[in-house]
Design a protein. Structure first.
Length: 424
């Protein structure tokens, strides 16, 4: 399979014949959803039927620019021809055999992940929160193995306003009260540090710390990049106190920042990297990349996953990495990021009373609204203009276009963003 760069799907996809009469209407979908689906999400008033590249199409056939990518998941766009072919071919061979047996696709993807990171081994699961749960267990197991009668090495450090997932352990290390509320007592021995506050980091680090988990760019917390000083100090202190440094790259990994992983922009090597979202371009998968020093912390039987690393998910994950390499996707991310930041900063200069600043890294971008204006109404207005964006925190617009995005699509999105900014 040959690939093309410049933001195009690597091969043409088949034309999709869409007939709205063959599908449920939006009203019919809403009725079923409200009656049968647990109400844990505030839905936007649209249902999508199919996608192509940077675009999604709803039940009426309307075209939307997708600059959220399923929250940084559909990394190579929708209906990527190469991913479709690999998924179809693998589905005709074997889907699942369990981790009781060797798995060729899993082994190949593990090798590819190690090749683009550092020496070590990989554990596969199904999501980002599962990856972070595994990282928690490694940190705590390491702490138990290095504790003594006089020293309990059990504290995990995290950041205020961080987000690491919705399961109990991942929720506990998330630094947001709104995520914690309503569930009773959470995990103990968790300390939260102010973002980029080096003094507070130094104050909280001691021999009782078993690990620290950081998002190189806080996603849900406002698309805030960590400073080089802060992240390198975390590396230094982790080494000094024999604690595990975990980089949560669920949202920033697999090319989103212009490198395979965001930590690679900071000239350091973490001990563990957690990854999910864009790893299989929309197919559910998660992974934990563990450095050599910590590969034996979890022994056989201490952790596992029924579906993790199945043949389908790992075959598609391998194809995502192959396509990123062969189609020079990282170069496209860097070029499109520079272009997008330039256009957004031009808007900031034109509307200083409405846009405070533009921040982020690569194609994970936050537009901070002035005077703490709420972002949700702008997300809704953008959807009305057939542009899909998100929010991060209360007053930050989150933009995460697919890594194959083109300048022409960015220009169309900028026009729509300017329109909604003017309507503030």
């Amino acid at each position: 399979m040959s690939g093309q760069s410049n933001g195009e799907n690597s091969r043409p996809k088949k034309e999709i014949s869409y007939d709205p009469s063959q599908h449920l209407s939006l009203d019919e979908v809403k009725i079923l959803d409200e009656k049968y689906v647990l109400n844990t999400y505030a839905r936007m008033p649209v249902a999508f039927i199919y996608g192509s590249g940077e675009f999604l199409y709803d039940t009426e056939g309307k075209e939307y620019i997708d600059f959220l990518s399923g929250i940084a998941v559909t990394s190579l766009g929708h209906a990527n021809a190469d991913l479709n072919e690999v998924l179809q071919n693998q589905s005709e061979l074997i889907w699942h055999s369990s981790n009781l047996f060797y798995n060729p696709q899993q082994a190949l993807l593990a090798r590819a992940l190690i090749d683009i990171t550092y020496p070590g081994k990989v554990f596969f699961c199904n999501s980002g929160t599962e990856a972070n749960e595994a990282a928690i267990k490694i940190m705590r197991a390491w702490g138990v193995q290095n504790s003594s009668a006089s020293k309990k090495k059990s504290i995990i450090l995290s950041l205020k306003n961080s987000f690491h997932g919705r399961t109990f352990g991942a929720m506990s290390i998330t630094g947001q009260d709104k995520i914690h509320n309503g569930f009773g007592d959470l995990m103990q021995d968790i300390a939260y540090i102010e973002v980029n506050n080096v003094k507070e980091l130094e104050k909280n680090f001691n021999e009782n710390v078993c690990g620290i988990i950081l998002e190189p760019v806080l996603g849900e917390g406002g698309v805030i990049p960590l400073t080089r000083e802060f992240i390198q100090k975390a590396r230094q202190l982790s080494s000094e106190y024999k604690a595990i440094l975990v980089m949560d790259e669920i949202q920033t990994g697999v090319g989103r920042t212009g490198s395979y992983f965001a930590y690679q922009n900071y000239d350091l090597v973490p001990d563990i990297v957690t990854v999910a979202k864009g790893l299989a371009g929309g197919f559910p998968i998660g992974a934990v990349i563990v450095g050599q020093k910590y590969c034996n912390v979890l022994q056989s039987g201490m952790h596992g996953s029924t579906f993790g690393g199945n043949h389908l998910a790992t075959a598609v994950g391998y194809e995502v990495l192959r396509t990123i390499e062969s189609s020079k996707i990282l170069a496209n991310v860097t070029e499109m990021s520079n272009y997008f930041f330039e256009k957004l900063n031009n808007l900031k200069e034109a509307y200083p009373d409405r846009i405070e600043k533009v921040q982020g890294m690569g194609l994970l971008i936050g537009v901070v609204l002035s005077n703490n204006r709420p972002a949700r109404p702008l997300v809704q207005k953008a959807l009305e203009k057939q542009l899909i964006i998100g929010r991060a925190g209360e007053n930050v617009i989150r933009l995460a276009p697919p890594l194959i995005v083109r300048k022409t699509t960015i220009d169309k999105a900028i026009q729509k963003i300017e329109e909604i900014i003017q309507e503030i």
